[in-house]
Design a protein around this ligand. Structure first.
Ligand code: JA2
Length: 289
């Protein structure tokens, strides 16, 4: 441990640890589910850490929040009802709210402390909660989805942490099945799907489960987030049987400057299409299934 530095040590990336210089620790707490910490870094703004793993930094959260949201929502013509599982920081809500066709935004986050800490320390991320279309449910996403009537949502975004800790069940087959049930025909899901540099085996399992459950299209996309180990993180994009969804060519363009307080910083239609281009070592696993 280097004094004055935070190192992100986790069994999710053995033998490596991304480090950020700490200016000041702003919050440390333990919720019913995990350790929660916020610190002011010297070059990435404020940083949110759960159980020692960086969830977001002010400097680069735009890449993750914009891509996990607009890859699915720009792939269907007229999203109206959207569900967010996880995403308690509010960043995905901020991005969903940019879509004027959306009428209802439900979110199910298990840890109230994440919501409260984000509102206190990350107001430009938690601004998503201010949209009148948003309903917050504090609880387990697995139970929430079991209670959702079949075919309710046009899109579901699973902004989870990793399969170590409270999000473990969000990577298992029964959960994917409950997501498929909650989507309308031709509805879409986008999930946080790890790193092709670090987690090809986890990705292989996720892609296999998705092919068994989602009878529309199944695609893997990825983006760059400098403060995530390996510098990249990916997304599973799937659609249920019904009107075909071509994830690679957005049908529903989002204005790159939609007049909101914080305009898009990362997503655009070219990077949407590019996100599905994979290096050969990943392509041969993912696209051969
Ligand atoms: N909203 C949570 C995003 C994920 C945060 C935790 C995390 N950090 C990662 C780095 C590389 C691959 C997967 C990762 N998962």
């Amino acid at each position: 441990v280097i004094p004055g530095w935070f190192s992100e040590i986790s069994p999710m990336w053995p033998g490596e640890a991304h480090s950020l210089k700490i200016e000041k620790i702003l919050f440390q707490g333990k919720s019913d589910y995990q350790n929660v910490m916020v610190f002011q870094s010297s070059t990435y703004g404020k940083v949110l850490v759960l159980d020692g793993v960086i969830q977001l930094t002010e400097r680069d959260e735009c890449a993750y929040q914009e891509m996990i949201t607009h890859l699915p929502l720009c792939s269907i013509p007229n999203p109206k009802k959207v569900l967010v599982i996880g995403g308690g920081d509010g960043g995905v809500l901020r991005e969903v709210a940019r879509h004027s066709s959306v009428e209802q935004i439900d979110i199910c986050e298990i840890d109230k402390m994440v919501v409260d800490v984000s509102k206190q320390f990350f107001p430009r991320v938690a601004i998503g909660y201010e949209d009148p279309r948003v309903t917050l449910n504090v609880g387990d996403g697995v139970a929430f989805l079991r209670a959702v009537p079949a075919g309710t949502y046009d899109a579901i975004i699973v902004d989870s942490s990793d399969p170590i800790g409270p999000a473990q069940e969000l990577f298992e087959k029964p959960f994917f099945q409950s997501v498929a049930n909650a989507l309308r025909p031709g509805g879409v899901v986008c999930t946080q799907a790890e790193s092709i540099w670090l987690h090809m085996h986890i990705i292989e399992d996720i892609v296999s489960n998705c092919h068994q459950i989602f009878k529309g299209s199944v695609n893997y996309a990825w983006t760059t987030v400098p403060t995530y180990p390996s510098g990249v993180i990916g997304f599973m994009l799937c659609s249920t049987e019904g009107p075909p969804v071509d994830f690679k060519h957005p049908v529903n363009p989002i204005a790159e400057n939609d007049g909101s307080k914080d305009p898009l910083k990362f997503y655009n239609s070219e990077i949407h299409t590019a996100a599905f281009c994979l290096p050969s070592f990943a392509k041969k696993v993912i696209e051969s299934m």
